[in-house]
Design a protein. Structure first.
Length: 296
């Protein structure tokens, strides 16, 4: 997972990682950033389907409409079974339920979990939404798990209240609720055993403070923290003869030291780079800085 404040370089570093790993392994690159730019980087229009863009590299860019479409395909029938066993509703109830806050975030983790279970890929690189959405996603998953434990009791209580309504066999909806809880348990286990996170920041106060906040939050969920990526530091030689850039670099170095001093994991430094950063050679150069890999 690559997470951090919006605009700090999550997409760039996640694409760089995916390109490097795909040289020798099968990789799926997933973006759920509402302002994602994978289409621009690869010059490909992505929808809700996986697209192969390079040797061993598949990509999918999931917007909210795309996620909800996949949610309905995956869980629509099950949700309707549970709801219609209690209330006399038609299938258009799903249109209403799609507007529930956090539904797309909840399903996103299921999507990644299914990709892991498929064993089609050696690595799944996830370009997440900005800070608040990512932490909300993790929090929802844990709340959902705990609430599903009570959902079975609630369902039985409601069945007694609405006893005159024609319902499906009692066991079916209860079994679906149990299966959802088991699925959520699997997702939480995946996060604690198979997932790790890079937190991306720029060398400025707000991105650094948010990065440190994310770091503390991530570890509470049992997710491994790879470290912090401090992106776009001005090289010293670029600032010579320019007082504005020199002062800017001094401020950047101040926040670099601040992050290194306070971080509970490694900090990788990526300098500001000239030219088109979306070129494959530039992206691989970034990846080599992150993973200290020698170019092949």
């Amino acid at each position: 997972m690559f997470t951090g404040k919006g605009g700090v370089g999550k997409t760039t570093t996640s694409v760089a990682t995916a390109l490097l790993f795909s040289q020798h392994k099968r990789v799926l690159l997933v973006s759920t950033d509402p302002a994602g730019s994978l289409s621009n980087i690869f010059n490909v229009e992505f929808g809700d389907k996986i697209v192969n863009v390079d040797k061993n590299l598949d990509v999918i860019e999931l917007t909210r409409p795309a996620i909800l479409k996949l949610w309905r395909k995956r869980f629509g029938d099950e949700v309707y079974t549970v709801v219609s066993s209690l209330f006399p509703v038609e299938r258009d109830i799903l249109d209403y339920l799609e507007g529930a806050p956090g539904l797309d975030e909840e399903f996103m983790l299921d999507y990644v979990s299914e990709a892991v279970k498929s064993k089609r890929y050696d690595y799944i690189v996830w370009d997440t939404a900005p800070t608040a959405s990512t932490l909300n996603l993790l929090n929802i998953q844990y709340l959902f798990y705990s609430h599903l434990g009570e959902a079975q009791k609630l369902y039985l209580s409601l069945k007694g209240v609405f006893s005159k309504i024609k319902r499906r066999p009692e066991g079916e909806p209860l079994e679906l609720i149990k299966s959802w809880r088991k699925l959520t348990e699997h997702v939480l286990n995946m996060l604690s055993t198979d997932a790790s996170t890079w937190i991306v920041a720029n060398p400025e106060r707000l991105p650094v403070e948010q990065a440190l906040f994310i770091g503390k939050s991530i570890t509470k969920y049992g997710i491994e923290l790879n470290g912090y990526i401090l992106n776009r530091i001005f090289p010293e030689d670029v600032c010579k003869g320019n007082d504005f850039l020199k002062q800017k670099r001094e401020q950047q170095l101040k926040w670099k030291e601040n992050l290194i001093k306070r971080a509970d994991a490694q900090v990788k430094i990526i300098p500001e780079m000239m030219g088109d950063i979306t070129r494959k050679d530039k992206l691989l150069a970034i990846a080599h800085m992150l993973y200290e890999a020698k170019p092949t």
